[in-house]
Design a protein around this ligand. Structure first.
Ligand SMILES: [Zn+2]
Length: 451
């Protein structure tokens, strides 16, 4: 199963409406993906669980800032100067490659001539490496000149830093406190790859947590632990599939003093789904310098003005989404209606995370009294759970369809229901069925969906 697990997951995600390739009718656009009905619900569930966790801390405040930002913002942040990949170009076929990926063999085996790597596609000579900035550039208004030059944000963080004073004052915040944002970011990746892992438009969940400089190390440790545990406790990702990766000096971004990444063991290899960085006072200092605004904090304890340090947990929604799909994907065998073992595909989402939580079936679609009762059950549950009504095909086929999209419980309304008001509740993972009275069904399910 391992070698083509990736393909199976991508296939399932497309077939069942989690993820589609963007602009496919026009031949597609590399590095962009659409999310279908179930995908959008799953994405929202991830974001809500993130919000649930951080908002319970009481000292994290939300913000939403524009995607487009002026050039000066990214001069201040250092992105204009530092946010690039080193690219080489083939002198014959003119394809461009990331130098670091080329040397790591990501484009396949490379041939060397006179100590220099050759084009992995045509064997031609390569140019010296040049910097290629990863930000998408645009212009605000009708005039295209330096003063209107703007960028799609490469991270949501900068909108947070420049709102430090607004939040501080309006929320009467005291250190330590955080500002959090969920939103789209854009990077003009040279080689988008691995499905939705490395894409050009993606969603981030970022917190900038402001602390006294002397407490930065302590809160760095705090956030590494807190965020690592979130994957296990809130998303149900298996601990053995997660790794804490301590970034080396070479890996550190231009603003960071220390960083630990949360890695997930994807079928294509282990890679980052979140980074926790100590950004020091780099960003606030730079924005003070470029904007001439005072972004200091008056510390009532010491009566001093200080520039706080920042601990940044920054997570990628699509990467987490992908990790959940990989972690939940399973194949096993289940007896069909005739008791014969059949292969099945199942997504073992945690019950609270599943896009659809309860599927409701009348045993037969041509019996009016069963259909009517099933629709009553749907009405009974629709406000408390994400429910789905389905009457087409055999019960066995309906079960399989729900297994594939990770629905944890299926309720069937049969002839006994009409006599004693009980229904069968079938468990996705075990296939076991229980008869539950409809008077108790709400509490029974609520208990199952508790985080
Ligand atoms: Zn070439």
């Amino acid at each position: 199963m391992k070698e083509n697990k990736l393909e199976k997951i991508i296939n399932l995600a497309e077939r069942r409406g989690f993820v589609f390739k963007s602009y496919e009718v026009y031949g597609g656009l590399r590095g962009f993906y659409d999310f279908g009905h179930l995908g959008v619900i799953l994405k929202n569930n991830i974001k809500n669980l993130w919000l649930k966790d951080i908002l319970s801390m009481q000292n994290i405040y939300l913000i939403e800032t524009p995607i487009i930002g002026p050039r000066i913002l990214y001069e201040a942040s250092g992105h204009i100067e530092n946010f690039y990949d080193r690219l080489v170009e083939c002198k014959s076929c003119h394809n461009r490659f990331r130098e670091d990926h080329l040397l790591k063999g990501e484009y396949g085996e490379i041939k060397i001539k006179d100590n220099k790597a050759l084009c992995p596609l045509c064997g031609g000579e390569l140019t010296e490496a040049r910097n290629f900035n990863l930000m998408f550039k645009t212009f605000v208004g009708p005039v295209e000149e330096l003063s209107t030059e703007s960028y799609l944000r490469p991270e949501t963080a900068q909108g947070i830093f420049i709102n430090f004073k607004n939040i501080l004052n309006s929320m009467r915040a005291k250190l330590p406190f955080g500002i959090a944002q969920i939103g789209k970011s854009f990077r003009n990746e040279i080689t988008p790859k691995n499905f939705i892992f490395r894409i050009r438009e993606f969603e981030q969940m970022e917190i900038e947590f402001f602390v006294r400089p002397e407490e930065a190390d302590k809160y760095f440790e705090f956030w590494v632990e807190k965020r690592f545990n979130w994957y296990i406790n809130f998303l149900g990702i298996k601990k053995e599939n997660l790794i804490k990766h301590i970034q080396t000096e070479e890996e550190l971004a231009h603003y960071a003093k220390a960083a630990v990444d949360v890695y997930y063991k994807f079928p294509f290899g282990e890679d980052e789904i979140e980074g926790i960085a100590n950004r020091t006072d780099y960003d606030l200092k730079r924005h003070m310098e470029y904007s001439k605004e005072d972004l200091t904090y008056f510390d009532e304890k010491t009566k001093n003005k200080i520039i706080p340090y920042v601990i940044e947990p920054s997570a990628g929604v699509e990467r987490i989404f992908f990790a959940i799909l990989c972690d939940s994907y399973d194949e096993d065998e289940m007896p069909n209606e005739k008791g014969k073992l059949e292969k099945r595909i199942v997504l073992r989402f945690k019950p609270w995370l599943a896009p659809i939580q309860v599927a409701i079936f009348p045993l037969l679609s041509n019996r009016e009294n069963l259909v009517k009762k099933a629709k009553e059950v749907y009405e009974l549950l629709k406000n408390d759970f994400r429910v789905y009504y389905d009457e087409s095909g055999s019960i066995g086929r309906r079960y399989r369809r729900q297994d594939e999209i990770g629905t944890p419980y299926c309720i069937t309304i049969d002839f006994q229901t009409l006599e004693d008001n009980t229904v069968t509740v079938r468990d996705r993972d075990t296939g076991n069925q229980e008869r539950i009275n409809l008077e108790e069904i709400n509490d029974y399910l609520k208990d199952k969906f508790k985080l």
